[in-house]
Design a protein around this ligand. Structure first.
Ligand code: DGJ
Length: 739
């Protein structure tokens, strides 16, 4: 028995190793590894790079070498999926790459041509996989970066044409992902002006679901180039396999989710190929935008925390630094102000504990004064009627009050009624022979044109050179593209406009950051119209929405923070009734909501008087002392979704060492007497004891145990019953470890 057993094992090992050996002669496994995830490709015996796996880390990726492929009976082709599927041989699904070669051939077949794997340096390792067409001199490089601690993998692609003539690319995506499950649930985002990042989740059935933008500039005002896919069931907060993806691109994008005939989910993400054929000249290359992925086997909560960790460190400027509390002048003054209005706002801001004053739209234009949105855009000279003593007077005044000074610009745009439009009509995006259409009374400048890039760069640079006291810029963009067309691009390259506009924008951002690496810049496009990691890389924060109604903001910020970090989520207290929705809400509710993000104010502070003023000043102080560090570097745990039935919302932020936390709870619908939420906390150390202190109380406690010390496991398993019940009741608690 013993001998037979040994012999069988011996024979098995022999067969296995000869199998491995013969397969290994041709085959190869390429693994990209982070702390808890693995992405695995293999080179098959035909020399194709095939997608094997992305998910929870696998210990021995060599096992993938044992995988057999099953030939399709009709074609004798196997069922494997290319890592970067082309239109050519084998792939019948949505391609990542399709090329019309110089001789008219529409087929591309990529074969593996080598791999370079870098060492892990400062937590990041890079892998470059080279592919080459089997006949044509077309080369593709997959650039993959593994961010080990954050469990994030990014990918972009470089396509190089070494053929003797130009080729035309009709698809040139950034990445392909293959998932295998019986059911797929897609969480994605939709919206409009003042209603960005609304969340919807749907089951994917056979066919293609497309998330895209075709309008340029304000690319995320409607959908957003981000998603979460949950396998087998709807995405849960703390359990289940969830994949997150987000494209770092501020131009037109397309994400396709195809459940194919084999029930596999094919995800292709990248630049939208719509009217964007790219003519790649001989000897030239094109680099696609970066696609950013994360995976968690513990639900979408961890997906968000991975994105936040990555975003703070690699996806934005100054993401781990404490930010200033800003008073922005827009809703408090709009276009109607003079020096006294602004210095008055600064007086109040300083008294209330605000740290930066930002002068929004309306400060410029003389021949065509910017007194409303009809005129002046493009003429970046201080309006001498409103501000006779110039910007420096205001800057000095701010400094004398201990405030920093910030300024609004919208340098990509021009009003027809402006000196700029008269001087440079050729800089405007336009279609030959057609009357140019305005949107918010403005046209778009053509950033594919290097002269326009210089102009836009100079708007920023001249302001800062002339007024070195400026320490914050709000960069706005209030229209999208219509009548796409460029007087700069040649006829044969008009379809390059969409990509070239975004590359032009990035070139300007890049020049600015080379000179001003740490300067604070807010990313704004009519609110959250340009929210993506392509733009965020150059910004410190984003204006989440023009809708400052706190109830709307609970939903908008819930969606936003599924993907983007709370520290970047500008979240301002505004007046009541709210200017966008006309809804009334108590000051405490407005503050409590705004404090879940990057707190600021957007109102006339003179109008906050008496007990409200005392409350506002205390809340600002609380934010600075205890909340701001947790919003900046803590972990977000969502406890109750506002989308759930029940009419509550709750979330908390926990310091990385689990010693400090802040809990926010909101009643977002009216509840009948005695109905209170029980909020189970998360992210704490079950073995630690935490003292609970309510802040922003405004004279009424919302918890029986305020001041008590409770164990972490009690707080997480039993939870707290909070006395909030009426619509717009809210509560904020600090938790501190007590030894
Ligand atoms: C749109 C922005 O989202 C607002 O905050 C404000 O800056 C206006 N533009 C100014 O025109």
């Amino acid at each position: 028995m013993q001998t037979i057993y040994k012999r069988t094992i011996g024979a098995f090992i022999l067969i296995l190793s000869s199998c491995l050996l013969s397969f290994a002669q041709n085959a190869k496994v390429i693994e990209i590894q982070t702390k808890s995830t693995s992405l695995v490709y293999a080179v098959d015996s035909n020399g194709r790079l095939v997608f094997q796996y992305y998910g929870k880390a696998v210990e021995s990726p060599a096992a993938f070498l044992l995988q057999k492929s099953y030939p399709k009976p009709d074609t004798n082709r196997d069922f494997s999926y290319e890592a970067y599927p082309t239109f050519g041989l084998g792939n019948v699904n949505e391609p990542a790459l399709s090329v019309v070669h110089a001789d008219g051939s529409m087929n591309t077949e990529l074969a593996f041509d080598g791999v370079e794997k870098g060492e892990t340096f400062q937590g990041v390792s890079e892998t470059i996989i080279r592919l080459k067409d089997r006949i044509y001199a077309l080369e593709v490089e997959l650039h993959l970066k593994a961010f080990v601690e954050e469990d994030v993998i990014t990918q972009h692609v470089v396509i190089r044409n070494n053929e003797p003539e130009a080729v035309r690319m009709t698809n040139f995506a950034s990445s392909f992902l293959l998932l295998k499950s019986s059911e797929y649930y897609l969480t994605h985002f939709y919206g409009a002006w003042a209603g960005e990042m609304s969340v919807v989740e749907e089951k994917l059935e056979n066919g293609i679901k497309v998330i895209e933008c075709k309008k340029g500039v304000r690319t995320t005002q409607t959908e957003n180039a981000s998603f979460i896919v949950s396998l087998n069931h709807q995405a849960q907060e703390n359990e289940g396999d969830c994949y997150g993806g987000t494209l770092a691109w501020s131009g037109n994008y397309r994400l396709t989710f195809q459940v194919d005939e084999l029930k596999k989910l094919n995800i292709v993400s990248g630049v939208n190929p719509f009217l964007s054929d790219w003519h790649l000249k001989s000897g030239e290359s094109l680099t696609t935008p970066e696609m950013i992925y994360t995976f968690s086997s513990q639900g979408k909560g961890q997906v968000s925390r991975n994105f936040h960790d990555w975003g703070r460190k690699y996806g934005m400027v100054g993401g781990t630094k404490l930010h200033d509390i800003v008073l922005n002048s827009w809703e408090g003054a709009y276009f109607t102000f003079n020096e006294a209005t602004l210095t008055g706002m600064m007086d109040d801001a300083a008294e209330m504990g605000i740290e930066t004053f930002v002068l929004d739209d309306g400060w410029f234009g003389n021949k065509y004064p910017r007194n409303n949105d009809d005129a002046g855009l493009g003429d970046w000279q201080t309006n001498t009627q409103k501000l006779p003593d110039g910007l420096d007077y205001l800057i000095d005044y701010a400094h004398s009050k201990g405030l920093k000074f910030g300024l609004w610009i919208e340098p990509e745009m021009v009003n027809p009624e402006s000196e700029l439009a008269a001087n440079h009509p050729e800089w405007v995006v336009q279609s030959p022979g057609r009357e140019k259409i305005t949107w918010r009374n403005q046209w778009l400048l053509d950033l594919s044109n290097p002269k326009v890039q210089d102009f836009v760069y100079n708007v920023f640079d001249s302001l800062l050179t002339t007024h070195p006291g400026i320490e914050y810029i709000k960069w706005d963009a209030n229209r999208h593209v219509e009548q796409a067309g460029s007087t700069w691009l040649p006829t044969s390259e008009q379809t390059h406009f969409w990509v070239d506009y975004t590359k032009g924008l990035y070139s300007v951002y890049g020049r600015i950051r080379a000179k001003y690496p740490d300067f604070v810049i807010q990313d704004c496009a009519s609110g959250g119209g340009r929210l993506d990691y392509g733009a965020l890389k150059y910004h410190n924060e984003f204006w989440t929405s023009d809708n400052t109604d706190p109830l709307s903001r609970i939903f908008i910020q819930y969606g936003t923070n599924l993907i983007y970090p709370p520290v970047g989520t500008a979240s301002h207290v505004s007046t009541s009734p709210n200017h966008q929705t006309q809804r009334m809400a108590p000051l405490k509710f407005r503050f409590d909501v705004a404090m879940t993000g990057r707190l600021g104010m957007e109102l006339q502070p003179r109008n906050i008087q008496g007990p409200d003023r005392t409350f506002a000043m205390e809340a600002i102080q609380n934010y600075k002392q205890a909340v701001r560090p947790l919003i900046t570097n803590g972990d977000l745990f969502r406890l109750i979704s506002p989308y759930d039935e029940g009419g509550w919302a709750a979330q908390m932020y926990v310091s990385k060492d689990e010693t400090d936390a802040v809990l926010f709870a909101f009643s977002i619908e009216p509840h009948t007497r005695g109905i209170f939420p029980t909020v189970k906390l998360n992210g704490l150390d079950p073995a630690k004891r935490y003292q609970i202190t309510e802040i922003n109380t405004n004279g009424r406690s919302r918890f029986w145990g305020d001041g008590q010390t409770l164990p972490g496991d009690y707080l997480m398993n039993v939870g707290l019953e909070l006395k909030i019940s009426n619509q717009y009741d809210s509560a904020v608690f600090l938790l501190k470890e007590i030894n």
